[in-house]
Structure formats: structure tokens, C-alpha cells
Design a protein around this ligand. Structure first.
Ligand SMILES: Nc1nc2c(ncn2[C@@H]2O[C@H](COP(=O)(O)OP(=O)(O)OP(=O)(O)O)[C@@H](O)[C@H]2O)c(=O)[nH]1
Ligand SMILES: [Zn+2]
Length: 199
């Protein structure tokens, strides 16, 4: 298994420590953690939470560096509609949506699958959408030194839907650009390429 692949196994000690804590949390929430349906829940949640934060164990720069190729291609490359599942660091509730990523190479291209892998490596952590957007952009910029990088993320935040302000249809869009994408013309080309998804 490559170092950046998703975890299939969970550290027993960490799982047990988390499960002990979730046992207390469930009881504090007023439930009977010994009843049949909940008996295994602390372990399940412990594993689920480790999965939802497995990005901490991944090295996004390494992911990109593992599949870079020299190529004399200087046109915009767009990978759009990348599913994003992350967790807001304020409430530990999910936010989810789509990421659209583009770059203009400067002598080096990267294996296409590595872009969604980088999105996942940063998303599977406790995040805010703005930082997630910037981290993806910075990582691609650092690894490839391209002529420009663009990242747009559209997401719905469960902490704004299930609780709090309870707005079911609001979508937050964040964007981050470098180099050529700071120019109007290039940015517009990118936006038009992904615009059927941007409302
Ligand atoms: N900027 C930003 N804010 C976020 C993100 N995810 C959640 N939040 C916000 O984090 C804020 C935390 O605000 P607080 O006032 O400390 O928390 P709260 O009392 O639970 O706030 P409400 O959600 O308004 O009830 C809220 O406004 C959330 O909507 C994100 O990705 N980016
Ligand atoms: Zn939140």
C-alpha cells in the first residue's frame, strides 16, 4: 500500500481510547450505552471519526510528487466536480460539496487522479472551507510551480442546516487563485469552464 492510500486498519490503542470517550459522551447525552443497539457504537464512531480525519496521516505534497511528468503543455487543465467531504472545525459537523481545480503547467504535469487525492488529503481533517481552498491551491503551486492555479469549492455546511441558523439551501463558494488566474481573461475562462456548476 502506498503511504498516501486510505486507511483500512485502525490503531487499536487509539480506537480504544476514542471509544472510551464516546461511551462517556453517549451517556452524557442521556442514552444507555449498554443497550443492544448502542453496545458497539463507541467503537464504530471511533473508527468513523478516524476515517473522517485520516487526512492528517497523508502528505499531499508527496502525493503530487509521486506522479509528476515532464511535458511541454501550456494550456489550462481543469478537474471539476470533485466530491468534497470535510468536517467543520467549529462544530465537528460535515460540510460537503464540489471542488473545481485548474492549473496551467510550466514544464511539468501531474497524474490526474492525484488532484482529487490532494483535495481528499486536506478535506479529511477538521477544516474551514477557506483554509481548505487555500491549502489545495498552495500545494499544487509548490509541487508543480505552474503558471497558475485556481481552486473553487462550493459546499453546504450541516452546522448551518441541521442546527443554528437552519438554512437548508445556502451554498458557500470559496475561491483561490495564483499567477495567470489573477488575470481577468484566464480567470473568466476557468469560471466559464466550470460555470454550469456555479450558480
Ligand atoms: N468562515 C467559516 N465559518 C464556518 C465554517 N464552518 C462553520 N463556520 C462558522 O463558524 C462559526 C462559529 O461561530 P460561533 O458563534 O462561535 O458558533 P455558534 O454559536 O455555534 O454559531 P451559529 O452557527 O451561528 O449558531 C459559525 O458562524 C459557523 O457558520 C467555514 O468553513 N468557514
Ligand atoms: Zn460548523
Amino acid at each position: 500500500m502506498k503511504s498516501y492510500e486510505k486507511i483500512e486498519q485502525y490503531d487499536t490503542e487509539i480506537t480504544e481510547a476514542l471509544a472510551d470517550n464516546y461511551r462517556v459522551i453517549i451517556e452524557n447525552l442521556g442514552e444507555d450505552v449498554t443497550r443492544e443497539g448502542l453496545e458497539k457504537t463507541p467503537e464504530r464512531v471511533a473508527k468513523a471519526m478516524q476515517y473522517l480525519t485520516h487526512g492528517y496521516g497523508l502528505d499531499p505534497l508527496e502525493i503530487l510528487k509521486s506522479a509528476m511528468f515532464i511535458e511541454d503543455h501550456q494550456q489550462m487543465i481543469v478537474v471539476k466536480d470533485i466530491e468534497v467531504y470535510s468536517m467543520c472545525e467549529h462544530h465537528m459537523l460535515p460540510f460537503f460539496g464540489k471542488a473545481h481545480v485548474a492549473y496551467i503547467p510550466n514544464g511539468k504535469i501531474v497524474g490526474l487522479s492525484k488532484i482529487p487525492r490532494v483535495v481528499d488529503a486536506f478535506a479529511r481533517r477538521m477544516q474551514v472551507q477557506e483554509r481548505l481552498t487555500d491549502q489545495i491551491k498552495n500545494c499544487i503551486q509548490d509541487a508543480l510551480n505552474p503558471l497558475g492555479v485556481a481552486v473553487v469549492i462550493e459546499a453546504q455546511h450541516m452546522c448551518m442546516q441541521m442546527r443554528g441558523i437552519q438554512k437548508q439551501n445556502s451554498v458557500t463558494t470559496t475561491s483561490s487563485f495564483t499567477g495567470a488566474f489573477e488575470k481577468d481573461k484566464t480567470r473568466k475562462e476557468f469560471i466559464s469552464l466550470v460555470s454550469n456548476k456555479l450558480s
